[in-house]
Design a binder for this molecule. Structure first.
Ligand code: ATP
Length: 246
């Protein structure tokens, strides 16, 4: 089955689309083979969540949008799975909130960095960061620590979809506001995030963009109130309840 043949009302629609895109990403040299394993883990949680955006994830997406709009320098970090799954949607979000896109890989190779940057440009991105790699995140092994000095290193708010726990923790130790998209509410990444969005990236990125567009004319006090009222622990607890109770 090709992606276009998956009926929109198929009960496992998002899983099937996600699988197809990650598989195509591996074939194109964008996604690592380990990305397939990460995908499998995510899919299991999405199944348990009923492949839907639960209300607490929608509230998190709204808080994420408010943080991105309040930021001086927001950066959206892009790895191989994110690039394969939602390239155009990442570009749309970056445009909506004035963020930079930075390619940032766990299994970094120059070839894959360039392939992802090109893939994003094919989907409308201008000025993709990540290739300069002229700064480091402290407390991480060499390859995994590489970032751009005028990108993630300089950001005050970073959105990191599907990040591994060590890097999520290292970024949050730098004092940046960290927004994580992760279907597993028990993952370390979700637990260190200021804003954990427990949702499939396929739904979460467009949803954050929709909230950002709705909030585009909101004044700072309104955005600050949304951010201030957000409770990450309660959000994770609500997601865990949804998974356990069905
Ligand atoms: P941690 O180090 O945070 O404990 P981990 O070792 O499980 O996490 P990985 O396997 O590298 O980390 O990361 C994959 C994470 O991304 C998993 O938590 C998985 O649930 C999540 N994930 C995978 N696919 C998606 C997706 N399409 N949307 C959202 N989250 C996803």
């Amino acid at each position: 089955m090709v992606e276009a043949e998956i009926p929109a009302d198929h009960p496992r629609h998002d899983s099937l689309v996600t699988r197809h895109r990650v598989e195509a990403g591996v074939e194109k040299g964008i996604t690592s083979r380990q990305g397939l394993i990460a995908q499998g883990r995510g899919e299991a949680f999405d199944y348990l969540l009923g492949e839907r955006t639960i209300p607490s994830a929608d509230a998190a997406a709204r808080a994420a949008a408010a943080h991105l709009l309040l930021a001086d320098h927001p950066v959206v970090s892009v790895n191989g799975n994110a690039a394969a799954l939602v390239p155009a949607e990442l570009v749309a979000l970056a445009d909506a909130v004035g963020a930079d896109l930075e390619v940032n890989l766990f299994n970094r190779t120059e070839e894959r960095m360039r392939a992802i940057a090109e893939h994003l440009r094919d989907h409308g991105a201008t000025g993709v960061k990540g290739l300069a790699a002229d700064a480091r995140i402290p407390n991480l092994a060499h390859e995994r620590a590489k970032v751009d000095a005028d990108g993630i290193a300089d950001a005050d708010v970073v959105l990191v979809p599907l990040e591994d726990g060590d890097r999520a923790a290292a970024l949050s130790d730098l004092g940046k506001v960290e927004i994580v998209i992760d279907l597993n509410p028990m993952s370390r990444s979700a637990r260190v995030a200021d804003v954990p969005v427990v949702d499939n990236i396929l739904r979460a990125i467009p949803n954050i963009t929709t909230h950002a567009r709705e909030l585009a004319d909101a004044d700072r006090p309104t955005l600050e109130r949304i951010v201030g009222e957000f409770d990450p622990e309660a959000t994770l607890a609500a997601a865990e309840r949804a998974i356990r109770d069905g």
